[in-house]
Design a protein around this ligand. Sequence first.
Ligand SMILES: [Zn+2]
Length: 123
Amino acid sequence: MDVSSFAQALEKERDTLAEQLSAIAVVNPLNPADWEAKDPSLDIMEADLNEVGDRVEERFSNLAEQNLLESRYRDVLRALEKIAAGTFGVCEISAEPIEQDRLSANPAARTCKAHMEREHELL
Ligand SMILES: [Zn+2]
């Protein structure tokens, strides 16, 4: 399988995700795959309660967004590692080749179509 076009797409997505994550989180210097949320200040002394509520809400929506981005970022990094290791395009559950059209739709896919629903069970 020619993986170079997948590698290109994955590298591009990795950079985009890193950029999006850097807007809402800071990378853990000890582990580049781990991002920590920027902590917006919740200084009650100078903010009224509505404002604090807004900031708490913002913090939670940032966290949800961060979790999504971070899990996608990990999948993309994992796929790039697989390319480097020569194991790209193999289902992590059945060890069968992942369908070409599935990889085209999602180069970071970890399973073949038959095991798509079990992808979330993988660590
Ligand atoms: Zn499979």
